[in-house]
Design a protein around this ligand. Sequence first.
Ligand code: BGC
Length: 430
Amino acid sequence: MQVADFFDKHRFSSEIDVNSLLSEFDRQMTAGLAGNIDSLAMIPAFVDVNKPVPTEKPIIVLDAGGTNLRVAVMTFNGVGQVDTANFQKFPMPGTTGETIGKTAFFDAFAAFLQPVSSYADTVGFCFSYATEITPELDGKLLRWTKQIAAPEIVGEMVGSSIAAALEQKTGRKLKIRVLNDTVATLLAGKSAGISRQYDSYVGFILGTGTNIAYIESNRAITKVNGLNPNHTMVINVESGNFNGAPASDFDNRFDASTADPGIGRFEKMISGAYIGGLGLSLLKCAAQDGLFSQKASTALLAMNNLETKDFDDFVANPFASEGALARIPFTNDDRRTVIALGEPLFIRAASLTATNIAAAVMRSGAGRDALHPVCITIDGSTYYRTRSAFFKSRTEAALRAILSPRGVHFDIINVDDAPMVGSAVAGLIA
Ligand code: BGC
């Protein structure tokens, strides 16, 4: 069977109908803001981007990502730079293979905070999961993503629970301000790009998971009562859960093999926690359909998992001597097939990524004047490190192809440690 027939048979296409995807994003964004959530939660962040950031005041920053947990004390100096002290990195609780209970989870966070707890009275807590935020910036976890094994935390208020665990341990009470990593990334872009006079800001992450935040008029956030209609608010879209992208058999098979089928369908097509697994589901399906030599098929069908890095490295260089796929006895024809199968997955991911970013930029209504573009701050290892199919430049080209004809001006920037810097901003202005 030819690769093209194989893709048809399994309803996979690397080409995206951008217009229909953009309008589905927009429809679901409107619905989410009205409280009629289809797949986009559209979570108000209760962060006012127009407040000035106090300088020379230290703040504790806690950054809980999909793999690592980082702690530091940060201070903005008068010249727009941020000093970082007492930096520490730990594995994120719930990622080390065992399920962790509620008390142990919050105690672990309290223990991470304890050594720095006397340096400031506020913590900017970057919590990179779907979390409903209160006006006081506490956060209730709606659901886990990134396969974190801590089911008892769902529904809990994470900021006040960690503060309570720390108080019990040390007698010290800290204010913990919770925000999403995309919101933090947006804020980091705002503080880094202050001199450019941007019209609006977007924060996009493509790492272990994916998501986007943008600035919305309060008038459109009809699900929240009492907001000043003349002000704006950062919205965490939770776009990783978008269900509007067409799914192939590989997507469906892979989704069914994860711990949370049905959740994060968009994220499972594009982000680092999943592309490898999706790639393996594709390769196995191809092995079953006879696209590989006998020996390679047998070895592929025996594989249990495939990391995104190994998959990407091998598609980019099918003679790679390291990584899980290097151990498969591929012939050179098999290697050609790996490229022909693997690259389209990354090509599709680049188009989906660009469409997601464009949907948020268009929704902001900003950037119509070349003098004041929209500032898109992008963070995440998958975005910057994926090698296959010229991933990053392909995404940027696709974004230009969508936004330029629509008269939207934009800039893409990268801020070092954006989630941490933005969490410091949020904690300081809260
Ligand atoms: C989470 C989002 C987060 C994104 C990027 C997703 O899995 O649901 O809250 O912003 O990953 O880290």
